[in-house]
Design a protein around this ligand. Sequence first.
Ligand code: ZN
Ligand code: ZN
Length: 364
Amino acid sequence: MIENLTAAMAAALTAYLDRIQGEVAAFAGRLADLSTYPFMVMPIHRLYWYYLFGFLAIAFVLYLRRRPAGEEFTIKRFLRFWLPKSVYRHRSTLLDLKFYLFNGVFVEVAFVTVLIGSFFGFAEVFEAAFRALWSVGGPGEGPGLTATPGAELAYMIAIILAADLGFFIGHYLTHKVPLLWEFHKVHHSAAVLNPLTNYRFHPVDRIPLGLFMGLLTGLVKGGFGFAYPGGIAEMTAVNVGVLLAFNLSANLRHSHIWLSYGWHLGHVLSSPAQHQIHHGSEPRHIDKNFGLMFSLWDWIAGTLYVPRAREEIRFGLSGREHEEYDSLWRLYSLPFVKAAAVLRGRPAPAARSERPRRLEGQEG
Ligand SMILES: [Zn+2]
Ligand SMILES: [Zn+2]
């Protein structure tokens, strides 16, 4: 009796451990998938120490080059250049901080979930569609190519371009579709820019972005999966290289520090200055520079604005609408209220002009 019981318990325990082992292996497999995941080129985890170090190092070089002639270097003077009170004590920055602490994780989860889900989902759909189309034309399921290092490199470059174009399309639509714009306004309601503004996004605003990035990269994955049935390796080094190179200056995009790549390069790569112009509320700055890494898409679409010289930019929304987004609650709720007004065919409520406030910093 006891022997039977012991044997039954041992069998149950073995089955249980087997199951756990299987689940752990499956989970490790998923993690391994993610570690070589092409979307490592994405600007997630913008506050990773390396990117913040890039923000510090580039600002340091710019300070040394721009300080008034003869000004002696002191740490204090550099800090005043890098982190001026007008930015870090601004109401908008404090709200960015609150929003980041409360909302940062939701924004990333919403974005990454949509992105990963649509990437793998669309990849399967496109691969099956390509096979079906091929079989209509003749025998076999595809060209049956064998992967070469050149093909792997082409795959990575195609993924990076597709991710960036997907970002451009998603971002363009969040400005041009009135319903989506109400959610994207949260990001543009920042009156000063700082690295935390990277996380000033309504979670709903991340859905079209993840969807279009997933759609286009899924198309690339599906196409290569169809052409190379034996599989095609992802060149993680290419991804990581692009990620590190891009993110070194990425935190300057959301900062007060001007860094332009010049007239010619500005037509291909999107400089931090070009994204600062994207945040400008003057008519000439509105709906310009949607690109993330490459400004090529803006150039093609006619939305490129490459500055010839340094410009004064008034960050925020037209009029004084950004002043309405003045609390955690309002950052979450106002987009729904205004989106409902758009759906009802009524214009969004006008800015509250009875509460005039300074746009400038709240120094001292
Ligand atoms: Zn925008
Ligand atoms: Zn921005």
